[in-house]
Write a protein that binds this ligand. Structure first.
Ligand code: PXP
Length: 239
């Protein structure tokens, strides 16, 4: 059965919009865990547009499930990760030139940098996932440079406008999940998933965990954090 990791970045977005100290992503993480989340995800961006260093350090002390840190493969971020020791680091692109055409981290072009980051994190006993497009060459490269997992970028699928585009994009996700599992890579999936698109994943048993933020936080604004997480968990558990 797939798990659900809840990304609380956008609680911090709301806080930063006013430059005040509420709402607190740490409080949101507690509520997400009480509702049954299998992990808490935060993306520490170089411009600190939402999550702050203080959030990451506090979450390290409060998260009871597992803490997943999304970050760029830079020296500064690696130093923070080595200090915080999250259960998993997901390496994501920070700058446009690190992106593939679809939007995942281009691990082929940046193989050296990403491989060095993986080796550093492994020295600190931190598992590493790579956020990549559903493309066989990217998945093979992730395997070659010793990633533990991949996170399939589901943005192209979620953004697809026509049924035909959606079918094509989802076929690529199926192929990617099966390829990664065959290569003994763990398989996460995320970006743009909502209470409707999640239903497409029924029967795709290769996915270990979904990483979902915006749609859950958006629903939480109306029905509360625990209800929003439970609603998504019910859908994930029914896959
Ligand atoms: N996975 C990764 C690697 C991401 O960068 C994001 C967005 O921060 C997500 C998952 C969650 O995406 P969303 O907020 O659209 O659910």
């Amino acid at each position: 059965m797939a798990g659900l990791a809840v990304n609380v970045d956008h609680i911090a977005t709301l806080r930063q919009a006013r430059g005040v100290n509420y709402p607190d992503p740490v409080a949101a993480a507690v509520l997400a865990e009480l509702a049954g989340a299998d992990g808490i995800v935060v993306h520490l961006r170089e411009d600190r547009r939402h999550i702050q260093d203080r959030d990451v350090y506090l979450l390290r002390k409060t998260v009871l499930s597992k803490l997943i840190l999304e970050m760029a493969a830079t020296d500064k971020m690696l130093t923070i990760a080595a200090d915080v020791k999250p259960e998993l680091v997901t390496l994501v692109p920070e700058k446009r030139e690190e992106l593939t055409t679809e939007g995942g981290l281009d691990v082929i072009t940046h193989a050296d940098t990403v491989a060095k980051a993986i080796a550093t994190l492994h020295r600190h006993k931190i598992k590493v996932s790579l956020f990549i497009d559903p493309a066989t060459d990217q998945i093979q490269k992730a395997r070659d440079i010793d990633a533990d997992m991949i996170e399939i970028h589901t943005g192209a699928f979620c953004d697809a406008r026509t049924p035909a585009e959606k079918d094509t994009a989802f076929a690529a996700i199926i192929e990617a999940a099966k390829t990664a599992a065959r290569l003994n890579l763990g398989v996460n999936a995320g970006h743009g998933l909502c209470y409707n698109t999640i239903k497409w994943f029924r029967g795709l048993n290769e996915i270990d965990e979904f990483s979902i933020g915006h749609s859950i936080i958006a629903r939480a604004a109306l029905v509360g954090m625990q209800q929003a997480v439970k609603d998504m968990l019910n859908l994930v558990n029914a896959l």
